[in-house]
Design a protein around this ligand. Structure first.
Ligand SMILES: Cc1cc2nc3c(=O)[nH]c(=O)nc-3n(C[C@H](O)[C@H](O)[C@H](O)COP(=O)(O)O)c2cc1C
Length: 324
């Protein structure tokens, strides 16, 4: 596997969103962005099988696997499975506040037990030769001071882990839904910038609320990387110039939204032949023409017709013809 990838711009792990189809689609737009899988729990991976959760196309690379769990041995085993499956990095989720995750005592509530997190990360690092990273909030519940955050990062960094992705808001474990936890606690980029100042040797990515390549470029003046979540899903076209502007690479060969969709058609056709329902793929395409005349009709055709029995590529072509 090619470990020669760059973390300047990455796409966030998003459950139900960043599946293998979405990742293939985004890869058509940029050769260089680092993609993350949806979070996979160690329990699911060990008991429900690797094929279902680790399946991906080599074209998607570089892709990092995000794990959720709190058992060092299970995390080590799953990290090994991820490395064997070809992922370029294993990431530990310490930022998700959902109830399901809390009842399993992992995700954001792990921030309350820095020693356990350090043990998990050490055990994962021992199990694999690829990088192990952590995605975390800046605090949790009342534990939201700079000292708390600094101490958490310091403890994890002492394991040798040097890749940190910081969702720049704290999580409230009670009283806020996961959705509210992605908007209500205020973004505090200063915490992330200060972290980079105090730990210059760590590779630090900022996450939360970034919605344009201009904003990515601004953040990159102060940190090593930027991770974008919702905007990449809801408005993927903003990534079209990412290779050129963020990675100093060649401009994407894809010149228009339409060309992007056309480039995705052969993949969809292949997946359809293998039995994958059309909607599983087209649901990721709703945001492609946002702001373009005909976008509403395009979305309507995809949402109403793609689920019909036997629906195939012609539905996508019809939707595409609705936009000018
Ligand atoms: C639908 C959805 C699912 C998410 N699933 C995960 C996940 O599996 N693991 C994780 O660490 N964060 C998850 N997140 C949080 C994102 O990775 C990211 O931290 C958050 O959306 C803030 O970034 P943004 O403002 O760029 O969207 C999810 C977010 C959304 C919107």
């Amino acid at each position: 596997m090619d470990l020669n990838f760059n973390r300047r711009l990455s796409i966030a792990p998003m459950l139900d969103y960043t599946d293998r189809h979405e990742r293939f689609f985004l890869r058509l737009l940029s050769k260089h962005i680092l993609l993350y899988t949806e979070m996979v729990t160690t329990h699911a991976l060990i008991h429900a099988g690797a094929e279902r959760f680790l399946r991906h196309d080599p074209f998607e690379h570089p892709v990092a696997l995000q794990l959720a769990g709190n058992n060092p041995k299970m995390l080590a085993e799953c990290s090994r499975m991820g490395e064997d499956a070809g992922f370029v990095e294993i990431n530990l989720n310490c930022g998700c506040p959902s109830d399901r995750v809390q009842s399993g005592a992992f995700g954001a509530c792990l921030m309350k037990d820095k020693n356990l997190v350090a043990e998990c990360i050490s055990s994962m690092r021992e199990a694999v030769s690829i990088p192990v990273s952590i995605k975390t909030r800046i605090g949790v519940d009342q534990q939201d001071t700079w000292e708390f955050f600094h101490d958490f990062v310091k403890t994890i960094a002492e394991t040798g882990c040097d890749v940190f992705i910081i969702h720049a808001r704290k999580a409230w474990l009670k009283g806020l839904s996961p959705k509210e936890n992605r908007t209500k606690p205020p973004l505090m980029y200063d915490f992330v910038y200060r972290l980079k100042d105090e730990f210059p040797h760590l590779n630090i990515s900022l996450n939360g609320g970034v919605q344009s390549l201009n904003a990515v470029e601004e953040c990159l003046k102060k940190v090593d990387g930027v991770m974008v979540g919702r905007e990449a899903y809801e408005n993927p076209w903003f990534l079209a110039e990412a290779d050129e502007r963020i990675f100093n690479g060649k401009a994407s060969a894809i010149a228009s939204r339409r060309a992007l969709l056309e480039a995705f058609l052969p993949y969809m056709e292949k997946q359809l032949k293998e039995g994958c329902p059309l909607t599983i793929m087209t649901r990721h395409l709703f945001g492609l023409f946002n702001g373009i005349p005909g976008a509403r009709r395009y979305r309507q055709i995809l949402s109403e017709e793609a689920s019909a029995k036997g629906a195939g590529i012609e539905t996508v072509l019809r939707a595409m013809d609705a936009v000018s």
